[in-house]
Design a protein. Structure first.
Length: 81
């Protein structure tokens, strides 16, 4: 994706109609469900809407993927990798 396309989409999601959680808020919600260190986090558009995919490694070394709805903050899925 080129710079102009990236800026277009970033501005698109900043519109009040598309208010969403910040990445930090989503990571806090995910760590509330699975305590540990966030090793990767990204915002993706899925069929159900905007979803934060947060990968967390626990103190025991287990890795989990937590999906957080970017608008409501609801945890949609927790999956052990």
């Amino acid at each position: 994706m080129n710079q102009m396309q990236n800026e277009h989409w970033e501005n698109h999601w900043q519109h009040p109609k598309y208010r969403r959680l910040s990445m930090e808020q989503a990571m806090e919600i995910a760590r509330g469900r699975v305590p540990g260190e966030v090793v990767e986090a990204e915002l993706e558009y899925k069929d159900s809407g905007l979803i934060f995919e947060i990968d967390i490694r626990t103190n025991e070394g287990m890795k989990y993927e937590v999906h957080v709805d970017a608008v409501s903050g609801q945890i949609i899925k927790v999956k052990q990798d």
